[in-house]
Design a protein around this ligand. Structure first.
Ligand SMILES: C[S@@+](CC[C@H](N)C(=O)[O-])C[C@H]1O[C@@H](n2cnc3c(N)ncnc32)[C@H](O)[C@@H]1O
Length: 280
């Protein structure tokens, strides 16, 4: 068998596994990029001492709890407070004041943010703290609503607990620590002045309805794992979710799919910040 044929057989079995999981659990992992799937499932096969996707499909039939473990493998929850801190600097210094100015001009009080693929909540709380800081003296004039969504229920449960190990404290700017956190022994807790502005819920970016209407979407280090087609669908979803003039913040190594690039204005290329144009 030539290496191309071997590749096709291999790919064919991966497709069968994708179809099996879609049929049995309704989860379409075919929307992730193929090399990502191969890497993550390959690691799981090695852990289990299995040698093919076919064997893995048989294993799933006998060990139903493996579906959960597979999902854990695919949803990598690595995250941190103020991850890539310069984007949060830009958010606090430029974007939030611009949002505040626009809300004041149009006499609106509600500011809504969505952290899509929020993992264990660090990004969501960082957004909420940045918004509260960016409001400055005008804090009392606005009603804030920050929503964190993710596919992974375990990660969401941790996000709702709002309790983190003390070593994560170093990523949070010192002036914010006293205002928004409570340290207790080897952990810290998010204070109610931030927590009360934040909600979490499960949302699968592959198939669930978008949130509407939001002024800013953060979706960072999530869709890098999605197929190109799925990236386009997710960007379309964000476009629909955003208010006119609303902001989209992607991760450092992510960019707009070419088909969507014309629909957004570029705000800052280094920080991957875009904007849905206002109606002229
Ligand atoms: C690496 S974390 C990113 C966390 C945070 N946005 C950050 O940049 O630090 C990726 C998150 O995307 C979530 N995710 C993966 N596929 C998803 C999907 N189809 N729908 C919603 N969330 C998904 C994973 O569960 C994981 O928590």
């Amino acid at each position: 068998m030539s290496s191309t044929e071997a590749g096709q057989v291999y790919r064919g079995n991966l497709n069968k596994l994708v179809t099996k999981i879609l049929d049995e659990r309704g989860f379409d992992m075919g929307r992730y990029r193929t090399p990502y799937l191969e890497r993550r499932i390959g690691a799981r096969l090695r852990t289990l001492g299995l040698h093919s996707y076919r064997q893995y499909a048989d294993y799933l039939d006998v060990h139903q709890d493996e579906y959960g473990k597979l999902l854990d493998m695919l949803t990598i929850n690595v995250t941190d407070f103020f991850r890539d801190s310069t984007v949060f600097d830009l958010f606090r210094s430029d974007i939030v004041p611009a949002m505040v100015q626009e809300k004041t001009r149009t006499r609106q009080r509600m500011i809504r943010a969505w952290s899509a693929g929020c993992a264990t909540g660090e990004e969501t709380y960082s957004i909420a703290m940045s918004l509260l800081e960016g409001f400055g003296q005008g804090k009392g004039s606005f009603v804030l609503s920050v929503l964190g969504t993710d596919l992974d229920e375990k990660a969401l449960a941790a996000a709702k607990r709002a309790e983190y190990p003390i070593d994560k404290l170093e990523h949070i700017p010192a002036p914010l620590r006293l205002k928004y956190l409570e340290v207790e022994g080897d952990k810290f807790r998010i204070r109610s002045n931030v927590k009360s502005q934040v909600k979490f819920r499960r949302l699968n970016l592959f198939c669930d309805k978008p949130i509407s209407i939001v002024d800013v979407v953060f979706c960072r280090n999530v869709f890098i794992y999605f197929s190109r087609e799925q990236q386009e669908k997710v960007l379309e979803m964000f476009w629909t979710a955003l208010s006119r003039g609303g902001y989209l913040v992607l991760g450092r190594s992510e960019r707009l799919a070419p088909s969507m690039a014309g629909r957004f204005e570029l705000v800052n290329s280094r920080e991957r910040v875009y904007r849905k144009p206002r109606l002229r």
